[in-house]
Design a protein around this ligand. Sequence first.
Ligand code: FES
Length: 386
Amino acid sequence: MSEMKKISKKDIMNFKKLELERQKVIHDFNLKPIVTDYFVNDLVYKLHPDIQFVKVLEVIKESDDVKTFVIGPDIDKGTNNLAYFKAGQCISACVKIGVGIYQRPYTISCSPKNALDNKYTITIKRRDNGIVSNYFFDEVDKGYSFSVSAPFGDFCYSSIRDENHVIALAEDSGIIPFVSMAEAIYDGIEDFNLTIIYAGKTKNDLIFREKLDNIICKLEKVNVIYILSEENDNEFLNGLIDKEIIEQYKKEYNSFFVCGSLNFYAYINEILKEFNLPKKYIRHGLFMGEIELDNYNEYKLTVLTDSEEFHLKCNEKKTLLQTMEESGIIVPNKCHVGECGYCRSKLISGKIKTFDENIRAANEIHNYIHPCCSFPLSDITIKLTN
Ligand code: FES
């Protein structure tokens, strides 16, 4: 066994010398502070702020029951600039009405170019029982201050995913995302061909006609076909959107974007089935209002949180989220189409009907649902998880 070498006095002196030399090298090295403020972080925050405080700059009456609110940043509350968005995206508006705090997604109805001038417009239709839409319609005026989320949503054109010809099928205020898309094409921000087939009961239901007609006059890439179901007028087609009309405007390759009520989705989906399209070519926007049913059943809804239990009445016409909100239960939410996952809850018992296209297999296996797009089909018990 070799004997361990003893540390000598000379070794200690050499080590001390080495340490001094090392300190000198570190000291002489031109150390720059570590960069933590990356340009890209700044850009990400500008594009996706947590919250934006806004003020109403102008209110425009579009029809007897539709108003457009022009909004800009509320500098007094710390928002200096509005985040950019893609045509077809929404913002979630958060407003206090009475004792309740409500969040509702609204599609931005102008061109993304307006965001560069620090303006968005949201267009809101008054609806029976629409707590937030009626509040906006009746109470909100110039100077009103509220908060909105960053723009979000996937109901936008993507040159990678979508065909270059988009057939937009719109009902009533479902036209809003397509107005934004048409303006974005006009402004040179988007580059695709857009044929809008726009259905309403009467001429009064067809908002933004002047704006759309102006664009069609100047641009070949955008075309609009108006259809009235309850009024005869030679300037418009009469009846309902059907396979023949779609056939007439279809090109060889098309993507279909659909926006309207849930009943409209069900009706259009039946027609589109006949074209045998892969799922990716049919996209749905926000649905408008409640589901329309002549007869509907009422059920019991039990909501569990970590510390409380609530017993409510629900029915087949309203989403579980709407029922909870109206009872003052605070449920995180943003998109109302199953996209953001904020309202995700566990279904403990009961049967639901959902139009959620975003529900993942894992959620289904473990019984997680999105109350924002779930309607009861029996008594329900859910546990809030967020
Ligand atoms: S609010 Fe976004 S998933 Fe329900």
